[in-house]
Design a protein around this ligand. Sequence first.
Ligand SMILES: Cc1ncc(COP(=O)(O)O)c(C=O)c1O
Length: 416
Amino acid sequence: MKIENEELKEIIDLWDLKKSVKKEIFKLLDKKSINSPSWLFRYYVPEGKKDKVGQLEKEFSDKFGVKYALAVNSATSALIAALVASGIGPGDEVIVPGYTFFATASSVVVAKGIPVIAEIDETLTIDPEDIEKKITPQTKAIIPVHMRGLPANMDRIMEIAKKHNLKIIEDCAQADGGSYKGKRLGSLGDVGCFSFDFFKIISTGEGGMLITDDENTYIRAQSWHDTAACWRPNRFARERMPGELFCGENYRMSQVHAAIALAQLRKLDDYLTKLRRNKKILMENLKGIKCKFAPINDIEGDCATCLILLAENAKDAKEISEKLQGEKVPAGGIYDKNIRDWHIYKYWEHILEKKTPTEEGCPYACPYYKGNLPKYSVDMCPKTLDILSRVISIGINENWKEEEIKNIAKKVRNIA
Ligand SMILES: Cc1ncc(COP(=O)(O)O)c(C=O)c1O
């Protein structure tokens, strides 16, 4: 069945438009004479039809200063594709931080690798000192995660990667558009992975992006993301180079998601500018408070979606967060012993207990794995739990006016 105006009406119906406006648009769309079928598949776009996915990839790679961008359907997909494309698989260990959404670690298992969980430091990103301690002969990659839009310490991480010949796959799911020392996050390592899910800076409901400068990685990522090989200039041709074709999955993005992403991408820098301005004003008005600001690896590149304060202990952090909430300040803690959260390694039972979908226990029982499996336990990263328990996170709003921020700062000053 052709995709015509009825489908467009359903999409418009999703948008929160005034009833009268919707009625007008629907009236116009009811004229059959303007009915022309749409092309929503990302490949084989006929002449005269729009290729929003191609356009998105072009604009994304230009903005992020990389050679290749591959649109996918989530950051989870991007991470798995990045690992596979980088040649990581059976027998390999990948170091991930103990504070990140579970998908970072699970993507390693899906790619048949072994996740090794490392501590974070007070920047809420992976602790480079702990990375060094976790490296073994099996280590093949590190996934630094720019949590809450806060850039990881990329100088140190790249230094370690160079010394030990490791791949760096940046998880930028929570940091679309952020940067580190003038370079966009995702463009510093070997591969960058982004999320456009509903709760992210760029949102298309679901969606993601993979970026790289390496052609071979890009080709392999395309293969994995579209096992039907529609991405190739000649779909049914034989393999043009070793490693080009193998069985993968389907992570293709549709033209509808790309259309929304394009609009979001064009608004990105303006949005980040507003967030950064408001965070700066808030910080200036909080100078000298007793709770300290969490250190930031690059304050200019921080996405500024939140301000992280660190209390002296968990009890103080909880008390302060609750009082701030009572004053309608958008604040909260991160780790509370009594609340389960997929962002904290302690609750990743799937990994801690090495749960697998079939009883053979791959990848943990993989004969190619020659190392000693990590000793997973709920208290394996005590520093991470201590830091997270002391966090008070204040959400930044891009629409705040200066007076509003001063008012919030006053409340925070009184309480914290
Ligand atoms: C740090 C991090 N990595 C990966 C993901 C996975 O993103 P997606 O929902 O697009 O698969 C998320 C999503 O919450 C995330 O926060």
